[in-house]
Ligand binder design. Structure first.
Ligand code: EPU
Length: 455
């Protein structure tokens, strides 16, 4: 089995998926209501933060996704007891933190990038961290140099071993001045999770300020940390000696909300996404409206629908917050294959995030990927070193095909494509989708999709 198939299998198994294949009969609009819960990209980090506390933490609205299973496994391997105390609520008790058997941690590797965020907390708790090779989605090289440079600045010693990466802190961890070369989400979280208990003050420049990071800062503040977010991407963290557990409801998953919104638009449907909020989606909502989608903001969620008429092409650039998120482009591109004219999506965050378009092209879409990006007079941001561009010419009719999910967001976009296509599609490796989309099979059923899933 190649590693992608293996990852898909393991990920699906973690959330109880029995089959790795779904057969979709396209052409039926999705209609109905679904709920989104806590964001994958917050909940998993909040779980790591629990390791820093002296007392138990409670996290609410935890999604039932495979990546949460990976972090649960890792916490348990380090002696944190993880208990489901109510529906969607996990309690973490870190009173017996201990060294883990590397084999246990390694067995979880290859399926998530979260293990790297254990470095700071483990150095504080145990004086050592052994981190396996990292997985995550195959959407570029995804190096960890910013993480390692930051940890070194705190005083950590980093050694590569045959097992993975071994970090120690012979003289403890001390606050540092750190400037990230790029406002990386993960590296910012790494600095926050390390600086809160380091000796002295840390100044982080060029920090990421995504809503999930602000929610992590809120959690750390509840735990007793002192963190000041200043203008111009500067964050000051004053280290404290002790942190207590938190009680927190996770921020909703704006990536999942945007994905279902795109599904509503592409299938000419009408989906009420319970739990979605406007503020964290403003940029997405603008593009959604420009493409021709409609939405109504309610107190308990957002209704996304196709109001009739033609969809319109757009030019979008992905960016760090407050820009248009890279995770939103893949589901949206399926809707853009239905728009009247030429759309351009510039991907500026990752160097390889258009791999999923191969399957759309096979299904009949007219998409040309420019691997080195495109010059364009309509650009909002200057061209970036990593950039690629996808030019989508519509409208095109998609037809069914046999496709294999390559990564999380690409996989969801394949689901949407199959739902809009004429005829039948078979999608394999759907376990990958369960890394970040809670109960997506049940949600498809609730929205009236026509499919066969054995499991
Ligand atoms: N980068 C480096 N060196 C580093 C770290 C990052 O060069 O040490 C580069 C990356 O290669 C990439 C860019 O910096 O080109 C941005 O990466 P970032 O560190 O911001 O991303 P991440 O923390 O690995 C998180 C989310 C992603 C989301 C990005 C951008 C999690 C677990 N993952 O990744 O989510 O796309 O931020 O917002 O929080 C997803 O949910 O499907 C997903 C991929």
């Amino acid at each position: 089995m190649n590693s992608l198939i293996q990852d898909a299998h393991k990920a699906g198994e973690r959330v109880g998926l029995k089959s790795d294949k779904i057969v979709i009969n396209g052409g039926k609009p999705l209609r109905g209501r679904i709920e989104v819960r806590g964001a994958k990209n917050l909940a998993t980090k909040a779980m790591v933060a629990a390791l820093l506390a002296e007392s138990p933490s409670v996290l609410k609205d935890v999604p039932d996704i495979s990546d949460v299973g990976v972090v649960t496994g890792m916490l348990e391997a380090y002696g944190v007891s993880v208990t489901k105390t109510a529906e969607g609520e996990l309690t973490f008790d870190p009173s017996n933190v201990e060294r883990a058997h590397f084999a246990k941690i390694d067995a979880l590797a290859g399926s998530s990038r979260i293990p790297i965020l254990f470095c700071g907390p483990l150095l504080h708790r145990l004086g050592e961290a052994l981190i396996p090779d990292l997985g995550g989605c195959r959407i570029g090289d995804r190096p960890i140099d910013f993480h390692m440079d930051a940890l070194r600045a705190f005083g950590a010693v980093v050694d590569k071993s045959y097992e993975g990466i071994r970090l120690t802190a012979p003289n403890g961890l001390t606050g540092a001045e750190i400037e990230l070369p790029y406002p990386s989400v993960g590296a910012t979280e790494q600095v926050l999770l390390t600086a809160v208990r380091a000796k002295g003050v840390t100044e982080l420049k060029n920090a990421a300020i995504e809503p999930e990071i602000m929610d992590l800062i809120a959690i750390l503040q509840k735990m007793g940390a002192i963190i000041n977010v200043e203008p111009n991407r500067v964050i000051f963290i004053e280290g404290v000696e002790k942190l207590e557990g938190y009680n927190h409801r996770a921020l909703f998953d704006r990536n999942e909300a945007a994905s279902w919104a795109s599904a509503a638009l592409a299938t000419e449907g009408d989906i009420f996404v319970g739990g979605a909020k406007q503020a964290e989606l403003m940029n997405f909502l603008n593009i959604f409206r420009k493409v021709g989608g409609a939405f109504d903001i309610h107190e308990d969620g957002i209704r996304f629908y196709h109001p009739g008429g033609d969809l319109k092409p757009v030019v979008v650039e992905t960016d760090v917050h407050p820009g248009f998120m890279t995770d939103w482009q893949q589901p949206l591109i399926v809707a853009l294959t239905k728009a009247q004219g030429i759309s351009v999506v510039h991907e500026t965050v990752y160097e390889n995030r258009f791999g999923f378009t191969d399957a759309l092209i096979e299904m009949g879409a007219d998409i040309v990927v420019h691997k080195d990006g495109l010059e364009s007079v309509t650009r909002r941001v200057p061209r970036r070193p990593l950039e690629q561009a996808a030019v989508i010419t519509g409208p095109t009719k998609l037809h069914g095909a046999d496709i294999r999910v390559p990564d999380l967001r690409g996989g969801f976009s394949h689901l949407i494509a199959a739902l809009t296509a004429e005829g039948q599609s078979t999608i394999s490796n759907v376990g990958i989708i369960s890394r970040g989309y809670e109960h997506f099979i049940d949600k498809l059923r609730a929205l009236g999709a026509d499919f066969v899933y054995e499991g």
